[in-house]
Structure formats: structure tokens, C-alpha cells
Design a protein around this ligand. Structure first.
Ligand code: PLP
Length: 360
């Protein structure tokens, strides 16, 4: 087995048990003589797969009955358009811009109505989360938008913004199921699954029922109407069947690990190993304000581009792969999602210690 420690930001590491189970079921899923990839999305088998996946997700997140769970396509980026098209009733929405993904969502919303940037951390290369306790929220705002964990910059909202009663919409792509969340605080929670849950090709939308409307923005494609997808139980057309099946397996794996409280504990422990090392290192340093640090994405630098490149090359050769930072920030980034074992982080830190000594 030539498995590496994969620190990719996404598509990213998946639990080995899940991959092994999927491999064992590849040729013959539960005696039906075919792979899940080959079966009708209207079959009894697939009906069970999608219903169980939904139920397991509901159990993990404690999703109340008045929220729908949708398994869609188009990635997180398509939601940048779907959200304003479905939710902008007054034509106004407030955006908190804490990174590239929030910025893209904001720019897309500008095409459909009056999107207002009510806070931003762009002045310091998105290295912190702005104070969102008393923002100038529009009286007419249909929603307040955040990207809860900023994959590229490694920041996370530790407290949700004060939306002054407005609906909160959150992109949780890179922190999905990394810890418990109170679903009732949100109108819409969505995320592409390729960061912390499953293979690329599925986006999960959790939406409060009163936000699912027929009178959406004129010109909204049928496929982008939440009502179309909700009424059809995510089966309006052929869904990303195999991806949903893998997500379902990851949900079961998470339940077996003890659920999201247990994952939170584990993720805190894992991240602490890396942050503690960075805080005392003379060579490497974290790029984010301490109190806003993400548990999932940990960017760091040496301050010297050539040294960064040397580190990445040597780390790759040693089996620690995909540590290169996002092309817009440079340096390094270790994404340590749910499926990254604690040994992966321990060994990475040992490797960094050794590298630091050799390059002192
Ligand atoms: C990766 C990512 C996206 C983009 O996801 P796609 O599925 O590629 O569209 C959006 N938001 C966040 C927070 C991400 O990490």
C-alpha cells in the first residue's frame, strides 16, 4: 500500500475504511450484481442509499423537521447564484467578505440585485474575521451571507454574526461536519462535499422550508430553484448517485467515530499539535490571527519563497503531499480534515522539526 499523508484542501483525504468498503462493493453492491455507478437512480437500492444518507446527516447535525436536505450538483460555486435567485425577495442582501470564496459569492450576487459588502477583512489579506457584532445590516436585507471557514486563508467564524434578525446563509464547504452546529441559527447551510465529506460532484444544501418559494427571481433556471429540487427529493433529474453513496458511507463512519462532538474534540487536538509547533518555531509561522484560526486549514510560511519551495519539495518526497499554499497566497497550507489521522499531523510536525534543525 502506497498511501501518502494527503494535506490537499480539496478534493481531499477520505477515511480509508470508506474507500475499502466502496472497493469491496464495487463489482456487486449488496447482491444486486452491479456497482452503484451502474444502477438506476429510481431503483429500490438507490432509494435506500439516498434516504439513509439523508437520515444519517439529520442525526449527525440534529437537523429539525422544518429543514430540507438537498443533494445537488454544480459545486459550491453554483450556490453563489442559486442563493440570490431564490432568496432575494426584496432584491437586497448583505455579504461579509472574509476570503476569495465569499468575495466570489458577493460578486455573483451583485449580478442579481443589490448586494452590500457590510464587512471585509481584505485590508489584511483576509488573515482575520472582522467584528460582526453590530454591522450596518440593511432593513430590507433578505439575508446575511458568510463563508464560515475560509479554506484558502485558514480563518473561521468562532461566533456567528449578529444578523439583527435577518436570515443567515453560510457556505460551510471546508468545515462541514467538523464539529456540531446549531442548524436553527441558519436559513441556509450549504457546502461542496469534496473538502470534508466525499468526492467532488455533490453539494449539500440544508434549507429552512419557509425559504423554499415558487416566486423566485424571474429567469431562474428550473434546476436552480430549490423548490424543484425539494419537491422531487433531490431526484428531479439524475443526481450524482455514486458521490451520494460515498457521502452516506462517510456519515456512517462519522457516527461510528462518536458523532460530531467526538470529531470536534479530535480536530481540536489535531490542530493544536500543529499550531503549538508553529507558535514556538523559529522558521515557520502561522499567517492567521490566533483567535480566528481554523481547525481545518492551517496556512504557514517561512517568509522566504525559496525556503518554502525547498520545504514543499522535501515534504512531498517524504510522503507529505499537497502542502503548497493556494496560488493567491503562496507559502504552505496543511488541510487537516476529519479523515486526516492524528498520526498524519504528528508525523508532519516531526518532519517540520527536522527540517528546521537542518536549515537553521
Ligand atoms: C472549495 C470551496 C468552494 C468552491 O467549491 P466548488 O465545489 O469547486 O464550486 C466554495 N466555498 C468554499 C468555502 C470552498 O472551500
Amino acid at each position: 500500500m502506497g498511501r501518502v499523508y494527503n494535506f490537499s484542501a480539496g478534493p481531499a483525504v477520505l477515511p480509508e475504511e470508506v474507500l475499502q468498503e466502496a472497493a469491496a462493493e464495487m463489482m456487486d453492491y449488496k447482491g444486486c450484481g452491479m456497482s452503484v455507478m451502474e444502477m438506476s437512480h429510481r431503483s429500490k437500492e438507490f432509494d435506500n442509499i439516498i434516504k439513509e444518507a439523508e437520515q444519517d446527516l439529520r442525526d449527525l447535525l440534529n437537523i429539525p423537521d422544518n429543514y430540507k436536505v438537498l443533494f445537488l450538483q454544480g459545486g459550491a460555486s453554483q450556490q453563489f447564484s442559486a442563493i440570490p435567485m431564490n432568496l432575494m425577495k426584496n432584491g437586497v442582501a448583505d455579504y461579509i467578505v472574509t476570503g476569495q470564496w465569499a468575495k466570489k459569492a458577493y460578486q455573483e450576487a451583485c449580478r442579481y440585485g443589490k448586494a452590500v459588502k457590510v464587512a471585509s477583512s481584505e485590508d489584511k489579506t483576509f488573515s482575520y474575521i472582522p467584528d460582526c457584532s453590530d454591522l450596518p445590516i440593511d432593513d430590507d436585507a433578505d439575508y446575511v451571507y458568510i463563508c464560515e471557514n475560509n479554506t484558502i486563508y485558514g480563518t473561521k467564524f468562532k461566533t456567528l454574526p449578529n444578523t439583527k434578525g435577518k436570515t443567515l446563509v453560510a457556505d460551510v464547504s471546508s468545515c462541514f461536519l467538523s464539529e456540531p452546529m446549531d442548524v436553527t441559527k441558519y436559513g441556509v447551510i450549504y457546502g461542496g462535499v469534496q473538502k470534508n465529506i466525499g468526492p467532488a460532484g455533490v453539494v449539500i444544501v440544508i434549507i429552512r422550508e419557509d425559504l423554499i418559494r415558487d416566486d423566485v427571481m424571474e429567469g431562474t433556471p428550473t434546476m436552480l430553484k430549490y423548490k424543484t429540487q425539494a419537491d422531487a427529493g433531490s431526484l428531479y433529474n439524475t443526481p450524482p448517485c455514486y458521490g451520494i453513496y460515498i457521502c452516506g458511507k462517510v456519515f456512517k463512519w462519522l457516527k461510528k467515530q462518536g458523532g460530531l462532538e467526538a470529531m470536534k474534540e479530535r480536530n481540536e487536538k489535531k490542530a493544536k499539535i500543529l499550531y503549538d509547533f508553529l507558535d514556538q518555531s523559529k522558521l515557520f509561522k502561522g499567517t492567521v490571527v490566533k483567535e480566528d484560526r481554523s481547525l481545518m486549514n492551517v496556512p504557514f510560511v517561512t517568509g522566504d519563497k525559496d525556503m518554502d519551495a525547498k520545504f514543499i519539495a522535501e515534504a512531498t518526497a517524504a510522503g507529505f503531499v499537497n502542502l503548497k499554499g493556494h496560488r493567491t497566497v503562496g507559502g504552505m497550507r496543511a488541510s487537516i480534515y476529519n479523515a486526516m489521522p492524528i498520526e498524519g499531523v504528528q508525523k508532519l510536525v516531526e518532519f517540520m522539526e527536522k527540517f528546521e534543525k537542518e536549515n537553521a
